[in-house]
Design a protein. Structure first.
Length: 214
């Protein structure tokens, strides 16, 4: 994670808290400190992180940020005064630009990984299909263990190629006005029976997770 290029200012911290709250999938208000660091692209245990903490405390003291505890963890949220201060700064062109959001970085990373790997994934799936075809012609016939191993191999490689295809061609660049959550839907789904829609949504689970490619 690279450092944020903008100096740490009150307005930058307010903007980070604001965006972190908008991108949160929690029903409650407030985001933890580490999430604010992510939106600022700041590493923990650095001088910049210490400056962020100082700003958070000062903004809380002046009433722009409120602190609460959720499940034993401190969370921060904009107050009405903080939201107005940030809105005024933006209207006057005084609010510095935030670094790319975590969700935009995740999208870009997955897309780049898919572009690098998709041809290799396709090639390895072709090899697996050729081996499966060979089992059909085996004499003596292939045993059950060979087919069960082939089923695992094909299932993994088909899911991996599907995930890479989605990340490269179907995952739209996130709109930072809201959280980018994969609802496992597709515009064409509405033409399908409800039970088929449910089956497809279940199959799409994890399609953004590039860690499942290994």
């Amino acid at each position: 994670m690279s450092k944020t290029e903008s100096p740490i200012t009150d307005e930058l911290v307010l903007a980070a808290v604001d965006r972190a709250e908008r991108h949160s999938t929690k029903p409650e208000r407030g985001v933890p400190e580490w999430t604010i660091f992510e939106h600022l692209h700041v590493r923990k245990r650095t001088a910049q992180a210490r400056e962020v903490r100082v700003r958070l405390n000062a903004l809380e003291s002046e009433g722009s940020i409120e602190r609460a505890r959720r499940h034993g963890l401190a969370v921060h949220a904009l107050t009405a005064a903080g939201a107005k201060r940030l809105s005024d700064a933006r209207a006057e062109g005084l609010a510095p630009a935030l670094p790319d959001s975590p969700q935009r970085r995740a999208w870009r990373s997955a897309r780049s990984a898919a572009a690098r790997e998709i041809e290799r994934f396709a090639s390895e799936l072709r090899d697996a299909l050729a081996d499966a075809s060979g089992l059909l012609e085996a004499d003596p016939p292939a045993g059950s263990d060979a087919w069960l191993e082939t089923a695992e191999r094909l299932g993994f490689q088909c899911r991996r190629l599907a995930s890479a295809s989605y990340c490269l061609r179907e995952w739209q660049e996130p709109d930072d006005e809201r959280a980018d959550v994969d609802e496992h839907t597709d515009p064409a789904d509405e033409r399908l029976p409800e039970n088929e829609q449910l089956r497809r949504r279940a199959r799409r689970t994890g399609r953004r997770n590039t860690r499942l490619w290994t």
